[in-house]
Design a protein around this ligand. Structure first.
Ligand SMILES: [Zn+2]
Length: 473
């Protein structure tokens, strides 16, 4: 099925990724571990841009940037150069932001996503390095704020801005793109996406192939999808009422889920870019082969390998390779039990329980899942009991072996089930007659009785077969 995109929706995203796995900022030695500290305690003359201070490039930041560029299938520039982007804003004490302009470190890449109608290639225009400004904190909402506080701890953190072409056709595709991007960055181990402000999104949106509107400052993925849904609806309604979409910049108010006009294009800044005189042009081409060689196996490649190596379904391979930690967890399990069974237990059952509780894979151990799978396989417990054990470990702690005993989950002996079947059939002559007369549902009544008599420890499917065998005699 081909997705027609009847409303002509076009979405392009600019994602700012904070490289918070670096120990120091982009141009100075200030620590990047500021998230739990007092405001304005991780600052120095360089990241505040005080007169006379000189930036020194963080070599590891350059390495990370190249790594990201290569993982996004980009071309890496031979030589790059930082520019000053001049504008005055309170979160930028220098009066300019040091960024890359006409020689971004990486360009012309692509990210493959699951689109509305199968796989789609989203083109990556460029990925460039820049420094993060400080953080403004409005008292109340941005519109009605009586005052604003500034925290410069973030000022000078390394950002990679990843800009896509307007190739996405729905908020869902945008969300998939962001998820994929985050997955790749996780694999590269260049950032911790759980930290506040680690990924911020600006979106360009247009409908009916009209003018584009920029929605700024979206701070989460969920927020991105909501902001896009709202903005597309707003534009469509506006056009339907006879209005015209103008080039403008809007702010996303996360609390209310709406976008608010900030400025129209006429008021946009002229940034007057010019080469940063304190940083010489930097040759990066020589570093590329080494970094390329050390690049880890990325999500798409890992997924394909899982399918061919373990013979598991594409759906499972996808679920297992989104997060590198889950992928590693699965491979350990698959080395000890049948890989296909392992895929069902890790991808469908365990991940479902983790998602429900909004916790990560670290909350469970390989040893415990192998134990649970083993108990089911040896027919000592039912599958339902296996799930119950996982839930108990997650909610109350404890070892599966102990929970089996304490909760009395071991399958009851054969003769107990047999006795329960006998009794249930004997006590339900009407249901038996109904079933024999063609009312298939009557069987459930009898099976229910068996489950009751065995306190739910019999395997429901097995109980059903036994009742059937008993009745058809
Ligand atoms: Zn500093």
């Amino acid at each position: 099925m081909v997705y027609e995109n009847p409303d002509g929706v076009k979405i392009g995203l600019e994602v700012h990724v904070q490289l918070n796995r670096l120990n120091t900022k982009l141009f100075c030695g200030c620590s990047t571990d500021y998230h739990n500290d007092e405001p304005n305690t991780h600052v120095c003359p360089v990241c505040l841009g005080l007169p006379g201070s000189l930036p020194v490039i963080n070599e590891r930041a350059v390495e990370f940037a190249i790594k990201i560029g290569l993982a996004l299938n980009c071309e890496i520039v031979g030589q790059t150069q930082f520019h000053r982007k001049n504008y005055y804003y309170p979160d930028l004490p220098k009066g300019f932001q040091t960024t890359q302009y006409d020689y971004p470190i990486a360009s012309r890449g692509k990210i493959v996503i699951e689109g509305e109608d199968g796989e789609r290639i989203i083109r990556v225009t460029r990925a460039h390095m820049e420094e993060d400004p400080g953080r403004l904190q409005h008292i109340g909402t941005i519109e009605k704020s009586k005052g604003t506080l500034i925290n410069y701890n973030r000022s000078g953190m390394t950002l990679i801005e990843i800009v896509s072409e307007p190739d996405m056709r729905s908020p869902k595709e945008a969300r998939r793109y962001l998820d994929k991007l985050r997955s790749i960055l996780d694999y590269l181990d260049v950032f911790n996406g759980d930290l506040e402000g680690a990924m911020r999104v600006d979106a360009n949106v247009s409908v009916f192939n009209g003018e584009r509107v920029e929605v700024k400052n979206i701070s989460s993925f969920k927020g991105a999808e909501r902001a896009l849904l709202y903005e597309i609806m707003r534009q469509k309604n506006h056009v339907r009422r006879g209005g015209k979409i103008v080039l403008e910049t809007r702010h996303f108010d996360e609390a209310r889920g709406v976008t608010i006009s900030m400025r129209t294009k006429e008021e946009e800044h002229d940034y007057r870019y010019f080469p940063e005189p304190d940083l010489v042009p930097m040759r990066v081409a020589d570093r590329v082969p080494g970094i390329l060689k050390a690049l880890p196996e990325l999500p798409d490649a890992k997924r394909e390998r899982f399918i061919s190596q373990y013979g598991i379904a594409d759906m499972h391979a996808r679920a297992l390779t989104t997060e590198i930690r889950v992928a590693n967890f699965y491979e350990e399990v698959a080395s000890q039990v049948d890989p296909k069974t392992a895929a069902v237990w890790v991808a469908d059952i365990l991940k479902g329980e983790l998602n429900y509780r909004d916790i990560g894979i670290d909350a469970f151990t390989v040893e415990d899942i192998v134990t649970v799978i083993g108990l089911v396989k040896e027919d000592k417990i039912t599958e339902q009991s296996g799930v119950q054990i996982i839930r108990t470990v997650l909610d109350e702690g404890g070892r599966p072996q102990d929970i089996v005993v304490s909760k009395g989950l071991l399958k009851v002996e054969d003769d107990i089930v047999a006795k329960a079947v006998e009794e249930a059939v004997a006590e339900s002559p009407e249901a038996v007659a109904d079933y024999l007369a063609g009312k298939e549902k009557s069987l459930n009544f009898i099976v229910g009785k068996v489950m009751q008599k065995t306190k739910g420890r019999a395997d429901a499917r097995e109980a059903r077969e036994r009742v059937l065998a008993r009745i058809s005699k």
